[in-house]
Design a protein around this ligand. Structure first.
Ligand code: FES
Length: 154
């Protein structure tokens, strides 16, 4: 069940649009920010508030890379999985993450500290390979810089 604070924050966003459903990404972000991810129950509650079909909201939530429909770790690492990064060695970055965490894309470390996910081009191909950690961009990576970056996230 959405909290009164979540409902108020969503209604604040809804007021900025002509149609309630136009605030769906904002609403998903509001709930995710507080709960870490969007459960089926959250999805139903948000859809009800926005007067839109649950399936339609689910389609938005699953399409949008920064909305999580399953629990994630305290930090989410998005590794760019597009052509410039492939050419510039993103495989070594993924290998380093796998080695360090013992997880593959889509998985969370045993200590629930990190979840690793692929993401399409981050728009900084001239600084490939690149990744996001909690939405912060880290570019010009090599495996040793990956370690250095991750030390900042406890
Ligand atoms: S392909 Fe990785 S940033 Fe563009």
């Amino acid at each position: 069940m959405l909290s009164p604070e979540e409902v108020a924050a969503i209604e604040h966003e809804v007021a900025l649009y002509d149609r309630k459903r136009a605030a769906c990404i904002d609403a998903l972000k509001i709930v995710q920010q507080r709960r870490g991810w969007i459960s089926d129950e959250d999805l139903r509650d948000i859809a009800g508030l926005l007067e839109m079909p649950v399936d339609e909201l689910d389609a938005v939530a699953t399409f949008y890379n920064l909305i999580y429909r399953r629990p994630v770790g305290r930090h989410v690492v998005h590794v760019c999985d597009s052509v410039s990064c492939w050419l510039m060695g993103t495989e070594a970055i993924s290998d380093r993450l796998r080695e360090r965490f013992g997880v593959s894309f889509g998985e969370t470390t045993a200590d629930a500290r990190f979840t690793v996910l692929p993401i399409p081009c981050l728009g900084c191909c001239d600084r490939a390979p690149a990744m996001l950690v909690d939405g912060n961009l880290h570019a010009d990576l090599d495996p040793s810089r990956v370690d250095e970056v991750l030390e900042r996230y406890d």
